[in-house]
Design a protein around this ligand. Structure first.
Ligand code: PLP
Length: 400
């Protein structure tokens, strides 16, 4: 007999964590494994930010804060939204949480009724559909392949809307593809949404600082002010400030919804780490020059990854605007056989055989809702990355 609640049937363990675990087990068994499934920058938290956290501990600033965040951090977040996104939020329109992930989840719990539909362009970040399911909603995916640069078109959005649609999630730049929407792309999407005042919009902009080739990110609520009153703009310190382990996320949006998120947070998390909040103030208010420095390195690695994957037999790799992921198609490998005699029927077979043959851990596209692709994170040492890409080329060449 199982003591698990019925809702657990609707939740999977994150497949990206699953792949990391499998790779770690092989590593522990002595295999030479290169992991390309990381979801975090490989840079250290900037020194000034780390120092602010250390100082907070020395100053004994170690007690609970206001549940929805310290007023000083809310002020820094308000400045950040104005400076980077052209968005004005008052303190009671801002919530600070223990990571953007918890804010996204609490926002869904606060706004989704059983059976409500949530439109999620695919490929999507693995957590969205499971969060929707935990909030008793229904995910409606919109497949967006590389022919549209992995972006959803306004027509695709219009076709996905039904009388049950409650929310749209937009993630730009995207995990897993790195694709980002320009202001013009968002304006076209906004035109569809303006005609549907019943739809709430959640934009996940956690990778906004990681963009290359002069690409400029835009926020939907700023691009189309008529959507401001029903858009939740989610962001955080994790990716742009190399602070994944500090667990600080934040959002701006309608007062009623922000208050509801705060109420849920008061019951399931309380205030985020005080030390981390103090460090996040320094991250947002302090020097921003590390972002450009990190991006030079990320862009170089993106280009090596795209070029080497594109040259691998049976792969085709789109060059994305941002984040630290690429999402190559392995359509040209499907139906081929490995030297061990296994047929590659799916992208899951592809990454499984790649791990077995060459010790390279990537994540299959089915985990992100769009096949046949796989995701590579290039946030690792450049020489290790080059070695992994060489192994992928060798693996692809070995398929018959
Ligand atoms: N949103 C996306 C698209 C992500 O990829 C991630 C982390 O991988 C998050 C949100 C969560 O970020 P945080 O570390 O702030 O919880």
């Amino acid at each position: 007999m199982s003591f698990l609640a019925d809702r657990m049937a609707r939740v999977r363990e994150s497949p990206t964590l699953g792949m990391s675990k499998r790779a770690s087990a092989l590593k522990a068994a002595g295999r030479d494994i290169i992991t390309l499934s990381h979801g975090e920058p490989d840079f250290d938290t900037p020194e000034n930010v780390a120092a602010a956290g250390i100082q907070a501990i020395r100053d004994h600033r170690t007690r609970y804060t206001a549940v929805d965040g310290m007023p000083e951090l809310k002020a820094a977040v308000a400045c950040k939204f104005a400076r980077d996104n052209g968005l004005t939020y008052a303190p009671d329109q801002i919530v600070i949480g223990s990571g953007a992930k918890l804010i996204l989840y609490n926002a869904m719990v606060a706004t989704i009724n059983p059976g409500d539909e949530v439109i999620v362009p695919a490929p999507y970040w693995v957590s969205y559909p499971d969060m929707v399911a935990l909030a008793d909603g229904v995910t409606v995916t919109v497949p967006c392949g590389e022919t549209t640069g992995f972006r959803m078109s306004p027509d695709q959005l219009a076709a996905a809307i039904t009388p049950r649609t409650r929310m749209l999630i937009v993630n730009s730049p995207s995990n897993p593809t790195g694709a980002a929407y320009s202001a013009a792309d968002l304006k076209a999407i906004a035109e569809v949404l303006v005609a549907h005042p019943e739809i709430l919009i959640m934009t996940d902009e956690i990778y906004e600082h990681l963009v290359y080739d002069g690409f400029e990110c835009a926020s939907l609520a700023a691009v189309e002010p008529r959507l401001y009153d029903r858009t939740i703009t989610v962001n955080g310190a994790s990716k742009g400030y190399a602070m994944t382990g500090w667990r600080i996320g934040f959002a701006g949006g309608p007062r009623e919804i922000m208050a509801a998120i705060g109420a849920i947070q008061s019951q399931n998390a309380s205030s985020p780490s005080t030390i981390s909040q103090i460090a996040a103030i320094e991250a947002l208010d302090g020097p921003q020059d590390h972002i450009a420095r990190h991006n030079v390195s990320f862009k170089a690695r993106r280009d090596v990854a795209v070029d080497m994957l594109d040259r691998a037999a049976g792969l085709a790799c789109h060059r994305p605007e941002g984040a630290f992921y690429v999402y190559p198609s392995c359509a040209g490998c499907i139906g081929k056989r490995t030297p061990a005699g296994e047929t590659i029927a799916t992208d899951e077979d592809f990454v499984g055989a790649l791990l077995d043959a060459e010790g390279v851990a990537a994540v299959h596209g089915a985990a992100f809702g769009l096949s046949p692709y796989f995701r590579i994170s290039y946030a690792l040492d450049p020489s290790e990355l080059a070695e992994a890409l060489t192994r992928i080329q060798r693996f692809c060449a070995s398929l018959a």
